[in-house]
Design a protein around this ligand. Structure first.
Ligand SMILES: [Zn+2]
Length: 206
């Protein structure tokens, strides 16, 4: 008796080849690039909607480490396609707050940044410590800003050319806080995220 194991696409459940996590069709629908321009530029590989959002949820809430590899690959290819000047970049990532580290046992952005830096041959450094106490996902826009404000601290002298990786860009609060700490201390600062989520529909008091 042999147990038959047929791998299925994590997004649409269609049968895939052994060793594959997602089907070609879903893979082809993940890329939808956009750019957020604030104090520095943050590039987004795709939108936080089907099928990319499913893959991100699978990664974050079921700690699926192979998906980090897929995301690292995607972002590395994205970075190359964007044709940035050839510099000695150092990779870092937006810190997770304490409670999410305790709950998940891993830092999603760190795992993605790790694969990204590996593929491109850039060193990776943990530049920040974080003292936010509430998970960002539970908060609205104003509270997200308050939650991260002055809570992320720089723990190393920043390198000259920095790429900051994050998984999902929602309000930009974490990315901007990180940017504020670096912007006058480095020459080049680039943000790259797997996805951009669009503003909530609930009423903000802003
Ligand atoms: Zn699929």
């Amino acid at each position: 008796m042999t147990a038959v194991f047929e791998p299925h696409c994590l997004v649409c459940e269609k049968a895939v080849d052994f060793g594959e996590l997602i089907c070609d069709n879903c893979r082809g629908n993940l890329h939808s690039p956009s750019l957020s321009e604030g104090d520095f530029k943050v590039y987004h590989y795709g939108k936080y909607e089907y099928p990319l959002s499913n893959l991100i949820k699978e990664f974050k809430y079921h700690s699926h480490p192979k998906i980090a590899q897929i995301f690292g690959n995607m972002l590395a290819k994205f970075f190359i396609d964007l044709k940035f000047p050839e510099l000695n970049y150092t990779v870092s990532y937006v810190p997770s707050n304490f409670s999410s580290i305790h709950e998940k046992g891993f830092v999603p952005a760190h795992l993605i940044a790790h694969h990204f830096s590996d593929i491109l041959g850039f060193p990776i450094i943990n530049l920040f410590s974080s003292k936010t106490h509430k998970r960002q996902a539970q908060l609205d826009y104003r509270k997200r800003n308050e939650n991260v404000k002055n809570k992320i601290k720089l723990i190393h002298v920043p390198p000259k050319n920095i790429i900051i990786i994050d998984d999902v860009y929602t309000t930009g609060a974490s990315m901007n806080e990180v940017g504020n700490l670096l912007i006058n201390k480095c020459d080049v600062l680039i943000g790259i995220t797997v996805a951009k989520a669009y503003r909530y529909s609930f009423n903000s008091s802003l």
